[in-house]
Design a protein around this ligand. Sequence first.
Ligand SMILES: Nc1ncnc2c1ncn2[C@@H]1O[C@H](COP(=O)(O)OP(=O)(O)O[C@H]2O[C@H](CO)[C@@H](O)[C@H](O)[C@H]2O)[C@@H](O)[C@H]1O
Length: 480
Amino acid sequence: MKVLSVSSEVFPLIKTGGLADVSGALPITLKDFEVETKTLLPGYPAVMKVIRDPVVRLEFPDLLGERATVLEVEHEGLDLLVLDAPAYYDRPGGPYLDPLGKDYPDNWRRFAALSLAASEIAAGLLPGWRPDLVHTHDWQAALTSVYMRYYPTPELPSVLTIHNIAFQGQFGSDIFPGLRLPDHAFAVDGIEYYGTVGFLKGGLQTAHAVTTVSPTYADEILTPEFGMGLEGVIATRIDDLHGIVNGIDTDVWNPATDPVVHTHYGPTTLKNREENRRSIAEFFHLDNDDAPIFCVISRLTWQKGMDIVANVADQIVAMGGKLVVLGSGEAALEGALLASASRHPGRIGVSIGYNEPMSHLMQAGCDAIIIPSRFEPCGLTQLYGLRYGCVPIVARTGGLNDTVIDANHAALAAKVATGIQFSPVTETGMLQAIRRAMHFYADRKLWTQLQKQGMKSDVSWEKSAERYAALYSSLVSKGM
Ligand SMILES: Nc1ncnc2c1ncn2[C@@H]1O[C@H](COP(=O)(O)OP(=O)(O)O[C@H]2O[C@H](CO)[C@@H](O)[C@H](O)[C@H]2O)[C@@H](O)[C@H]1O
């Protein structure tokens, strides 16, 4: 089966978060299920810089007003279609934000162009290759199925994956003419959303199937608390809604071979983590003692519960723990965390910024990773933690609930526990979880058991890729 995947980020070329990990890893495992994926992504400078010998496959003289070219290239096992449109993507800054951290004002056009190009490829414009199905990710690609519905193209099945419903791509109705959709697309069963234009909303109305990245989150987004205003639309798609938990690339994330990990290890050589632990202590200027090192690797936002971390940092130290934080995000949270580090030299270390290699080393050297998200569609850092013996301490929500087995009495007795869950997601809830972790950590045998059990968890893409492949097949065979 041939699939066109459409994503605004793809690891290892461009990544601001978990979306890139998923869109970069899933196509590789899908090959085992006879799914051949080509991935369309924007030609940002970071992408154009690393691709080698691309072939021009398609030209758009006027893609929503600008020239664009589709380049085909193979990169680290991925078949890529790069949308080279300098007017849209050749800019300083990140994929979505300018160098000052503000949204580009024309993001709607930049990602509508991506979606329109995808729909043209779906219609067979790429010489010699036409997909059997289109898989779009998040609001940035969600207009693909909208264009597929309203442009006179042969109908092809489409799947939309929601990685985070908080990001919906909502814009004023004044942009509508610029999308070049027929007038009747601005309607309740199209992209109209309370008088505005909703990209994700349009995708939810037009994709043949909707998936999200864990079963618990699939249930949660049907409720007003988590649906962020789209729960009603999602309820109308309940028969086509699937929760498929993310996996991770177990080759990239392998403590036995990871090139940035100083000392490799596996479940039977956990003592080798000591050396990595020392490197972490050195990097974050921590005292080199036996107290557990809790880590956080995250966007510093309210969603991720980072205000809670900042508020309990003093108490973590008072309980005898150490804390290291790698992340960037809201200025107030960055400031609060940095202030906690300066109050507790040797006990708290904070590194503001995005540092992929350091994120690997932290998983390989820290004792536990704290993920106090208020909502978490799937979460990947707990999966990396499981794989690296860095015990996850997680909020009981979304994919965190589905992937970590809480160390309650029954789970410990049955030797199936892999981490600690807590609820409610409050300062008290998190401190209780840290207290439990300190208690388990004091019993080295128990702690090692938790680490080993986590390392045995199946966090690979195999099972989930099989579910995606089955979903694709069912849609294609239905001839939707
Ligand atoms: N400062 C830093 N330096 C280096 N690496 C950093 C970093 N900050 C974060 N990361 C990395 O970025 C990724 C974050 O992925 P997550 O799944 O945790 O959340 P995100 O909200 O981005 O993804 C959304 O999409 C994914 C994919 O579906 C869902 O798992 C998730 O729940 C949803 O919110 C991880 O690979 C993490 O290691």
